[in-house]
Ligand binder design. Sequence first.
Ligand code: SAH
Length: 219
Amino acid sequence: MLAFSHTDDPFSERREQMVTADLIGRRIRDPNVLRAMLLTPRHLFVPASMRSMAYEDGPLAIGYGATISQPYVVALMTESVSLEPRHRVLEIGTGSGYQAAILGQLAGQVYTIEIVPQLAESAARTLCELGYANVHVRHGDGYKGWKEHAPYDRIVVTAAPLEVPRELIVELARGGRLVAPVGAAGSQELVLIDKRFDGRIERLRMGFVNFVPMKPGAR
Ligand code: SAH
């Protein structure tokens, strides 16, 4: 049960507009993705002073060099990995926790890693307060993955590395899918990777995007 009450939500109309104009209007079709984005209180994932901007059609800076991604980009990435309730998902770059909350409504278990301790802590608190009990946050370096729960059926990377980190490909299950923004600032492309059952890797490019860079962790 989610701890959030929709009956006294001042933003429900804004959220409906967001789903209609920015998601359906741009061909996001998956009804489960649309439903999750309609039900998730995005304004509670941004600092209190920014709540009125939470449903705008763009990314928002949330401090510590992080941004909560544009709603359309969250929907596109989520749709691109076709989640099922049995899936175990790894996210790199927890940030506000919003993308993790969306993943948590469509998958079985979500493990998410954040390199900035303050963000990991505040996202964990928000997710806990709102009742997303199947989302697990850890402070750490995404380049190293999260071995204990591997292999993952799906991996969603929300900070941009120059190349898809090798450890993440290792931790991706056979038959699994990974989506990541890849490349240097200004020329990042969204890449979808399929790991076939025979271990072969297939890549599909999905167009240009703009994410914060994935920081190298401590060696
Ligand atoms: N998914 C987030 C958006 C995050 S922005 C949301 O829904 O709000 C990218 C995040 O990746 C930032 O919070 C940044 O601190 C984090 N990050 C950058 N490099 C990282 C790394 N090596 N490992 C884990 N997280 C990283």
